[in-house]
Design a protein around this ligand. Sequence first.
Ligand code: GLA
Length: 435
Amino acid sequence: MGMRVRTGMLKAGGLVLFVAGWAVGAGAQGAQAGAAAGAASGTATPHHAAAVRPTAAATRPVTAATPPMGWNSWNYFAGKVTDKDIRDTADLLVETGMRDAGYVYVNIDDTWEGGRDANGKIQSNEKFPDMKALADYVHSKGLKLGIYSSPGAKTCARFEGSLGHEEQDAATYAEWGIDYLKYDLCSYSGVMRAQFPNDPAAQNKMMREAYEKMHQAIGKTGRPMVYSLCQYGWDSVWEWGPQVGANLWRTTGDISANFDRMSLIGRSQAGLAKYAGPGHWNDPDMLEVGNGRLTLDENRTHMTLWAMLAAPLIAGNNLTEMKPEIAAILMNKEAIAIDQDALGKQGDRVLADGPLEIWAKPLKGGAGHKSAAVAIFNFGETASEMRKDSLHLKEMGFAGAVTARDVWAGKDLGRIGDDYKFTVPRHGVVLLVVR
Ligand code: GLA
């Protein structure tokens, strides 16, 4: 598979955590709905805060207190997405139970954009006849609507971008009722290069300023929006994303619906845990669960990796043809709870022994006891029996045996010691919650 793994080479970043003390809702959906409804960006003014009900000691509410959950049109529909696809998806998020499992954002990716009118106001194209009506529809289902643009003149699919119209576009999104913006660098990298050829530092400064400009523009609208940066993980974005108001930032190039690409992206997140936390998340791209020819084991590996990474869970499959076994993976409550855990700690790799890897993610756990999610991945081509690999419980901070629950098997295992062996299928995973 020729992957290279990034470990221990990340500098400490100047990370800014804007907020503390915001109450996270009871379940995954509570957290999402709370974050969305009460959200304000990092530059929230007091009147944003007044719109929500903070806990006693809270300063400001946090947008995306837990990793955002929802659905995005790109991975399946790409350039073909229409108003009808979005409405169908909204209906099905409710009917399948996905909304109640936490998937509340319905995000329109690239190719919705039309031109601009005489006043420069962005128009949607013929695939989206009335964006405000669509937002009303999505909201009527208890869901949130997301949209997409670029700091460049053109988006990645060469539709109209926001360059020179940032405030106007943010105001239009707010008028329509948009709750989430994915802002994709695309053609702006050409602007940066043209202005400062051979000067990466100056290019980086331009990029940060472009992201900050839209952050400010969103703040000015007074409407809370989740702010999602997409610039493919360039220039160690995790070190500065929070400073430009990002609630999440892509850490890699595009995912695709095959095991090698998905697992390469997921495994390359080792070492990034310290940059994630409530309000600001590493985003290894949207889910391909249910897409392409991923097998059930591969889909479970994908869902597990993303949950261990506290990654945004943005489904990308066609819900009109979702199979029950795919729904069961996307809606596994215990896997979602790991992703959405209130501690907000991203997991990291504890062991790599060839294709066998063990990752751990600290969990909030119950009163007075330590808890963690432990994933044993087999990225290899034949089943593994972990013959010479222990669970490495000590490295996770457990003194001796632990009480374990097998998430995908839905089974309590009782007490297990460090030398407990699992059989992990090819491209498969065992996911445990231990305490
Ligand atoms: C880039 C992004 C993708 C998607 C497309 C749309 O490739 O990384 O996630 O938004 O643009 O054109």
